[in-house]
Ligand binder design. Structure first.
Ligand SMILES: [Zn+2]
Length: 110
C-alpha cells in the first residue's frame, strides 16, 4: 500500500488569460459567493458547481481572506471535499482586471 502523501499550501504563479478565468470564477467573501461573470450573488462554493443564472461552470475561486491560515483552511476544505477548484489570489485578479479596464480606455476606436 502506498503511504499517504502530505499536502501543503503552495502558491503557483502563472501567466493567465484573465477573461478565461473570469468566465469560470466564483468570488467568495466570508459566507457567500458571487459569479465573477454575471455578478449573481448568494452562491455556495461547497454546492454550486455552475452559476444558476448564467450557467458558467466554476473552476476557480478567489477569496478576500487575508490571513494565510484562513487561506490554508479553505484549501484544506477544497481538498477534503474533493472540489474541482483552483484557488486564485483575489488581489492578483483585481489587479489584472483593473489593468485590463485601464488599457481599455486607451484603445483606439475601431
Ligand atoms: Zn453567472
Amino acid at each position: 500500500m502506498k503511504p499517504e502523501r502530505k499536502t501543503y499550501p503552495v502558491r503557483i504563479w502563472q501567466q493567465v488569460d484573465i477573461e478565461e478565468i473570469r468566465s469560470h470564477l466564483m468570488l467568495i467573501d466570508d459566507l457567500y459567493g458571487m459569479c465573477a461573470s454575471c455578478k449573481q450573488l448568494g452562491l455556495n462554493y461547497l454546492k454550486d458547481k455552475t452559476c444558476p443564472k448564467c450557467g458558467n461552470e466554476f473552476r476557480y475561486i478567489a477569496s478576500s481572506l487575508k490571513s494565510p491560515a484562513d487561506t490554508a483552511k479553505l484549501l484544506a476544505r477544497i481538498e477534503s471535499e474533493k472540489l474541482p477548484f483552483t484557488l486564485i489570489d483575489r488581489e492578483d485578479y483585481d489587479r489584472a482586471t483593473s489593468r485590463d479596464a485601464i488599457s481599455g480606455l486607451f484603445q483606439r476606436p475601431e
